[in-house]
Design a protein around this ligand. Structure first.
Ligand code: PMP
Ligand code: GLN
Length: 378
């Protein structure tokens, strides 16, 4: 049959995790923790199930969970989102991203995308008939080149997709980036889709600059986050989208026919657990310690680590080890060295091989040590 997504094949995350399994490699490829969520959170799920919360949740999400998200957003970003009209719980951030794009992108609309970018954005744009317009992030710092952004913006740009902290680079936006974006909103009518799933993983005393901290941005933005990242529960697929009421109305039209609602007992458990601020307030220190440990373990290796200020990903150059293109090198590393990683060229939509791979350091100390032992032998 004629494919609607001719350039899409199996995502690199599935491919590399499968290869890791096949070769018994340590899996630092697909981004997920190899440790559990807090046991109290698991108990809360089980309690919710036993209390009979096993049927459909309201389509926009449990009211209590939306209230808790609203309170948290107010405390962290000073933005007041109405839980009834401006917050929707989704089946992972992936669903939120898709629903937002499908809700506003019409055939022929231009959507500005900074690359490298997370791999679900572009297929979602294409399924809506939109036209992705790419702006490369500067290499190797992965900062936004605001002049290039302005050069690509037009009156037809419907949506601008942004992501900080950034997957795969670990780069984090500064206040100046929000200022530059705000200036552009005064000249162009685009909407914003801000992927902030790594909001609680920002290091070195820096802070997460949410678009929700700037009213002029919040009023035209869909802001997406994921409890999978914050609670080490990527397999639960619970996320949410915050957007002004008019945008949320359109968003919910898609959401209600895409998934209708999200797993009820998980929503009950997360709503109760959100009162524990300590968990997310200590997450930066928790992951910074893992970043630092991994970097120090790789000190004797031939990998050259790039700066990482956020997320649970560490980029590394490997040219002192091999001249292979990054996809081949990642396969080789999995099969021959027993460590699976992600090549970053797959996050670009141009032929660009920078000789850089991505490690996920959301792993137990013993996993990181075992991986480093193998990597240090190369
Ligand atoms: N955006 C980015 C940047 C991500 O890294 C991920 C997780 N891989 C997602 C969205 C999707 O999150 P979820 O697992 O909640 O669908
Ligand atoms: N976001 C995760 C990553 O970047 C993977 C998500 C997925 O497997 N779809 O590795």
């Amino acid at each position: 049959i004629q494919s609607k997504l001719p350039s899409v094949s199996t995502t690199i995350f599935s491919t590399m995790s499968q290869l890791a399994q096949q070769y018994g490699a340590i899996n630092l490829s697909q981004g997920f923790p190899d440790f559990d969520c807090p046991p109290e959170l698991m108990d809360l799920v089980s309690e919710a199930m036993r209390a009979g919360f096993n049927q459909y949740a309201p389509s926009p999400g449990l009211p209590l969970l939306r209230q808790k998200i609203s309170q948290k957003t107010q405390q962290l970003y000073g933005h007041s989102a109405n839980p009834d009209t401006e917050i929707t719980v989704t089946s992972g951030a992936t669903e939120a991203l898709f629903s937002a794009i499908a809700a506003v992108v019409q055939p022929g609309d231009e959507v500005l995308v900074l690359e490298p970018c997370y791999d679900s954005y572009v297929p979602a744009i294409e399924l809506s008939g939109g036209v992705p317009v790419f702006v490369p992030l500067q290499f190797p710092g992965f900062r936004v080149d605001w002049q290039q952004v302005e050069a690509k913006l037009t009156q037809k740009t419907r949506l601008f997709i942004i992501n900080s902290p950034h997957n795969p680079s670990g780069a984090v936006w500064q206040k100046e980036d929000l200022d530059a974006l705000t200036t552009l909103t005064q000249q162009y009518p685009f909407l914003i889709l801000s992927d902030e799933v790594y909001e609680h993983m920002v290091f070195d005393g820096q802070s997460h600059h949410s678009v929700l901290t700037v009213p002029a941005l919040a009023e035209r933005s869909f802001v997406v986050s994921s409890f999978g990242k914050t609670y080490h529960t990527t397999g639960w697929k619970v996320g949410y989208c915050i957007a002004p009421a008019a945008l949320t109305t359109e968003f919910r039209k898609v959401h209600q026919y895409l998934t209708f609602s999200t797993a009820t007992p998980l929503q009950h458990a997360i709503a109760a657990y959100l009162d524990n601020q300590e968990h997310y307030l200590t997450l930066p220190a928790f992951y910074q310690q893992k970043r630092d440990l991994f970097a120090s373990l790789l000190q004797p290796s031939k990998f050259e680590l790039l700066p990482c200020t956020g997320t649970y990903f560490q980029l590394a150059r490997y040219r002192q080890i091999s001249d292979l293109p990054d996809v081949e090198f990642s396969q080789w590393l999995t099969k021959e060295a027993g460590v699976a990683v992600i090549p970053i060229s797959v996050f670009y939509h141009q032929n660009l091989d920078q000789g850089v791979i991505r490690f996920c350091f959301a792993k137990k100390e013993e996993t990181l040590r075992a991986a480093a032992e193998r990597l240090n032998q190369l």
